[in-house]
Structure formats: C-alpha cells, structure tokens
Design a protein around this ligand. Structure first.
Ligand code: NAD
Ligand code: GLY
Length: 360
C-alpha cells in the first residue's frame, strides 16, 4: 500500500508517495504526471549499484529514455565543480526543455540535482527519489536546493519544487546504522516543534525505529512529511514559520563548520543543537528541566550524540555569526515551549545566551 501526502502550492503542487517496495511503481507514476520521457537520472557511486541502476533499467523498459549521471559520494561533492559536470553531461546529451531530472540518493544528491534542475535552461522538471531517512523526512520535501561554497554550506541555491517525491522505505535496509540515527534526529525535531503526541510515540518506539521495523518507519516518515508539508504550504520561502524547521540547526551548523564537515553527520550535529536549544529554552523559563531531560534521553536512546564537542564559546559564537540566519548581527533562535511547540526569539547578544549553557 502506498500513502499519499499532498504539498499544495498552487500550480507547483505535488504528491509525496510513501510505501514499501514502491521503486517499481516509478515509471507508472512518472507517466501519470506526464513527466518528460527524456530523463537524466542523477545518483552517486554508492546508490547506483544498490537502486539507481535497476530504476534506470525499469525506466528503459517502460518507454522512457534515461541517461545516468553518477557523482562522487559525500558532502564534499555538493559543489560547483560537480554541478558543472552535471551541466556538461546534460548539454553533451542534447537535453532540452522537454527533458527532466530524477534524483535518486540521499540529501547530497537531491540538493545538487534539484539545483541543477532549477537552473538548467532556467528550469526543467524534477523528481526526488530519496534513499536516506534524512532525505525521506526532510531534504526531498519542500523545494530547498543548493550546493556548498568553499566559504559555507548551502550558500548557492534556489527554492525549486519537485513534481513528485517517491519514498521507498525498503531502501533504508541498506543504510549504515549511523545514517538511520542521523535521520531520526530530524524525526525527533518534528515532535519537538509541532507534535507532542508524536514525540511520546517516538519515546515508546525507540527499539523498533533503531531496528528498522518497517511499519514504525512508515509511521515516522508519514508524520514527519505531513508536518513538513503543512509548514511549507503556509510558508514556502521561509518568511515566517518555515524557520521552525531550523530548530537546533544554528548550533548544529556551527558544530559542522568547526569540525570541517567531516566528523559529525548533519543529523548528529542537529541532535546536539536541539539539546542546546532545549537548555536555552529552559534557562528562559520556556520549558521545564524535565522536558530537557526527555529530549536529551530520547536522542541518546536513538544512538545520537547529545554533548557539544569541546570548542570555546568564542569559536561557537564566531561560527554562529556566519550562519545564514544572522541578519545585521542579530540571530533568530528557535526555542521550544514545553514539547510540541516552538517560538522565534531574536538574540542580539549571542555570547551571553550561549555562555551559561556552554560553560555549565
Ligand atoms: P548523504 O546524501 O551524504 O547520504 C548519506 C550516505 O548514505 C551517503 O554515503 C550515501 O551514499 C549513502 N546512501 C544513500 N542512500 C543509501 C541507501 N539506501 N543505502 C545505503 N547507503 C545509502 O546524506 P543525507 O544525510 O542524506 O543528506 C545530507 C545533505 O542533505 C546535506 O548536504 C544537507 O545540507 C542536506 N539537507 C538538505 C535539506 C533541504 O531541505 N534541502 C534538509 C536537510 C538536509
Ligand atoms: N530543512 C529545513 C527546511 O526545509 O526548511
């Protein structure tokens, strides 16, 4: 059975299809949305033999004319050099405005393929087939696309919605355990920012989630996607409540930057960032000490880190000041009010807010 969630954005609306062994349905689903027959399937060297090659064969056998573009595996390939290689292959293969792009892989593949689709010939149709938990619950939904610049992450990008997101939870079977936990960090985020009952459900289903029980994963992916879709429908371009999705991310991005994007996975850094955000919320009387403990315990039980790596307050503040969310020196923090609700708070003096948490 496949569940469907709509992302309603007028003429840019699309469906998220969520199920098990859904990859085989892709040709039929592409035909339903009149997706171009000429397709560049963008993947990486790890996902190609696992899933992309079979998708390419099934497209070929169902009236499509695919080519494959295989990029390197890792965040270090999400850059302008790889993007140029993608454009080169599209041009060399005579891709035109009647062609489409299909991303099959994790968030790195989805972000760069999405940005290629947004910019090639001023925009060609694009479909996401996310194969990591993080990509299934977050990066494939909502139309943020980007590549990194040597001076910062995701600095060059566009909002560009896919025409379809096809999620096959069976692909998570081959993920490294650490990648499953990293995706679960973003799942916990949805509970904290929007849904107390979902947070409680996560607390009661840790073992099943970590052991990749399929019905539990489906529940987690569906609820996460529904919450993200609801938010994106109200605020597609992050003028207001879409910022809630960045809960824990400012500090998480600082950890990623300080550790040069090598040591911690995005979801792991966000896990630590959420604990820091919860502690700041408690210091401002927005949530109880018990709420902080519940958030910390859930993340730790999901095999996620909860303690900031040992950098000075000065280093953390400098890294946070370079964040995209800092405007005219003022940082907007996302803080939790209990569990299940968040608010925005402007922080002109970043150091004083973080000093008690980081030295405690
Ligand atoms: P990733 O794309 O690097 O994938 C993690 C690893 O899993 C890679 O080695 C990948 O090859 C491998 N992999 C993918 N699918 C697999 C499978 N089914 N089986 C085995 N291995 C598999 O990392 P990620 O965590 O998916 O995504 C992180 C990226 O997403 C970052 O660049 C981040 O900036 C971006 N992101 C974007 C958004 C957005 O809204 N666009 C949101 C969150 C994160
Ligand atoms: N991952 C944050 C967002 O999509 O807005």
């Amino acid at each position: 059975m496949t569940d469907e969630i709509s992302v309603s954005l007028g003429d840019r609306s699309y469906q998220l299809l969520i199920g098990v062994n859904t990859l085989g349905c892709l040709p039929a689903k592409l035909a339903e949305i009149n997706f171009p027959k000429r397709i560049a399937l963008i993947t990486n060297e790890k996902v190609d033999p696992l899933y992309a090659d079979q998708v390419c064969t099934s497209l070929l056998g169902n009236g499509f004319s695919p080519i494959k573009i295989i990029i390197g595996d890792g965040e270090e390939y999400k850059n302008l050099t790889t993007l140029e290689q993608i454009y080169n292959q599209l041009i060399a293969n005579n891709f035109d405005r009647g062609s489409g792009l299909l991303a099959i892989g994790g968030g790195v593949v989805g972000d760069i393929a999405g940005f290629a689709a947004a910019t090639f010939l001023r925009g060609i149709p694009f479909v996401q087939v996310p194969t990591t938990l993080l990509a299934q619950v977050d990066s494939s939904v909502g139309g943020k696309t980007a590549v990194n610049h040597s001076l910062g992450k995701n600095l060059i990008g566009a909002f560009y919605q896919p025409r379809l997101v096809l999620i096959d939870v069976a692909t998570l079977e081959t993920l490294e355990p650490r990648e499953v936990s990293a995706g679960l960090a973003e799942v916990v985020k949805y509970g904290i920012i929007n849904d107390y009952d979902f947070f409680c459900w996560l607390e009661g289903n840790v073992d099943k989630l970590v052991s990749r029980d399929i019905p539990s994963l489906i529940t987690a992916v569906k609820r996460s996607c529904q919450i993200k879709a609801n938010i994106v429908e109200i605020d597609e371009k992050e003028g207001s409540i879409r910022a809630f999705l960045n809960y824990g991310h400012t500090f998480g991005h600082a950890i990623e930057a300080l550790t040069k994007y090598g040591q911690w996975k995005h979801g792991e850094a966000v896990s630590i960032g959420m604990v820091v955000a919860a502690k700041i919320s408690h210091s401002l009387d927005l949530c109880s000490a018990a709420d902080v403990s519940r958030i910390t315990d859930l993340l730790a039980r999901l095999a996620l880190p909860v303690t900031p790596p040992d950098y000075s307050l000065h280093d953390y503040v400098a890294a946070m000041q370079r964040d995209k969310k800092v405007k005219e020196g003022t940082l907007t923090l996302i803080l939790n009010q209990g569990i299940g609700k968040v608010m925005l708070k402007q922080v002109p003096d970043i150091a004083s807010v973080f000093s008690t948490i980081l030295t405690a």
